[in-house]
Design a protein around this ligand. Sequence first.
Ligand code: BYC
Length: 468
Amino acid sequence: MINYDDRIPNNVDLSSDKRLQRALEKWQPAYLQWWQDVGPEGYQASDVYLRTAISTEPGGWAHFGHVKMPDYRWGIFLGAPEKDRVIPGGDHAGAPVWQEVPGEYRNILRRIIVTQADTEPASVEQQRWLGKTAPSLFDMRNLFQVNVEEGRHLWAMVYLLHAYFGKDGRDEADDLLARRSGDADKPRILDAFNQPCPDWLTFFCFTMFTDRDGKYQLGSLAESAFDPLSRTCRFMLTEEAHHLSVGELGLERVMRRGAQLEKQFGDARKGGGIDLATIQKWINYWYCYSLDLFGSEVSSNAAEFFAAGIKGRWAEAKDHTEHSALNQFHTMAVVKDGKLAEQDVPLRNAMNEVLRQSYMKDCERVMKRWNAALEDEGSSFRLALPSSRFFRRQGIYADAHFSPAGELISASEFQRRLADWLPTDEDRAYVQSLMQPVTEPGKMANWIAAPRKGINGNDVDYEYVRLA
Ligand code: BYC
C-alpha cells in the first residue's frame, strides 16, 4: 500500500532515508512552481474528477474523487518486487538483477532515464492551453488526468535520479524543470516533444501515437536489469493505458462524427466537422513523429543498451526464448545507389527497429478498429498508416523522400504532393476554428461524437470538472 502520511506519498519507505527524503522535499516546491507556471492554464482552482493511486496491485489501484490539480498527491510508486528476478536479455541474461547502478553503466543509464523523464513535463507543457477549448467536460477531465499522471511520471524518474545518481542525478532533476517544450534556447530533448499541440485533433493523435511510443519505451525499460527502473516502469504502464484509450477513443469519436456529417451534408466540413481526409493527414504527421522517437533503425547505442541488459525487447522475459540476440539478423530496406535494397543488420544493432515494429503492429490493430467504426457509420472511407519510411527526420530514411506508400521519390515530387499528405496551414486554421469550448455537462462540440460511456461508472453528463 502507499503511504499518504508522508509529505511525498510513496511505497518505497522514503522516511527511512532522511537524506533522500530531504532532497526530494526540496525538489517538491520547485516542481509545484513549475506546475503553476506551465501546467494547465486557467483551471488550477477547478475541482476535477481525478483518479489517484492507492496501491500498485493490479485491479482496484485507483481512488476517484474531485480534486484541485495542485492538490493532487504526486508521489513515488514502484511495482512490487518480483522474487528472484533475473536479467531478461543481453550479455548478463540469467544473472540476478541489479539493485544498484553498476559503475560502468552509470552514464548510459542516467542518459536514458533523463531522456524518458524529459518527455513527461514536456507533454504537460505542450497541452497547457487545451483546457480552454475542450469539446466537453468529459474530455477536459481526461486531459487533466493525463496531465497529472505525466507529472507523476516525472516524479517516478526524478526519484531514480535522486536515489541512485547522487549529485549528478539531483542536477539532472533540476534541469528537467528548466527545459521548456518548443523553447529555442532550452528545448526538450526529443523532437516530438517540441511540437506544438494547439488543437484537440492533435491532442488525440498525441495520446494515440506519441503516448504509445511511451508504452513501448517503458515496456522495454520494464525489462531492464536495473530493477528499480523496471519496477517504476511497470507501474507507469498501468497508468499509461488510460492515456492510450483517450487517444484511440477520442479519434474514433472524431471519425464517427466526420462520417455522420459527411453523410448528412456531402462534406463533413460543410456540417462543421472534420473530414476523414484531414484526420488522415493528422495521423500521418503524428505517427511519423512518433516513429522517430524509437531512434535510428541501425544504432550502436541500441546494441549497447541491449548487450548491457539496460533495455530489452517488448516482453523480453515472457515472449522470447533466445535472449542473447547474437548471430542473428534483421532484414530491412535501405537506400543504396538511389534505390531501395534489402540489407541484413545484426539483430542487436536493429533493436530500435525491432521495438518500432512491435509498436507499428499495435497501431495497425487500432487502425482496423477505426475502419470497422467507419464501416459501421456507413462510410466507404478507409484510413491507413503511412509507411515507416514516410516523412522521417531521424534514422536511415531521414535523408531521402518517400510517399506514404513507402516508394522512394524525388524531393520535388515530395514537395508537390505534400499538401495531400500532411496538414496545410489552411487545414490547421480550419481545425483551429472549430476549437470552441463546451462546458455544459453532457454536451459535446459539434465536431465530435459523444463517448459511449462515462468514467468510473458515472454517466457521460456527470460534472467531471466543476469550474471555478
Ligand atoms: N529526437 O542511435 P540513435 C513517453 C538522438 S515517450 C531528437 O538513433 P538511440 C511519453 C539520440 O538521443 C518515450 N533526437 O538513438 C509520451 C542520439 O543523440 P546523442 C520516451 C533523437 O540512442 C507521451 C542520436 O539521436 N522514452 O514516455 O538508440 C507523453 C542518435 O541516436 C531522436 C524514451 O525515449 C528524436 N526523436 O535511441 C509523455 C526512452 N531520436 O546521444 C511521455 C529513453 C534519437 O548521439 N530513450 N535522437 O546525442 C532511449 O531509449 C533512447 O535515447 C532513444 C534513442 C530511443 C530515444
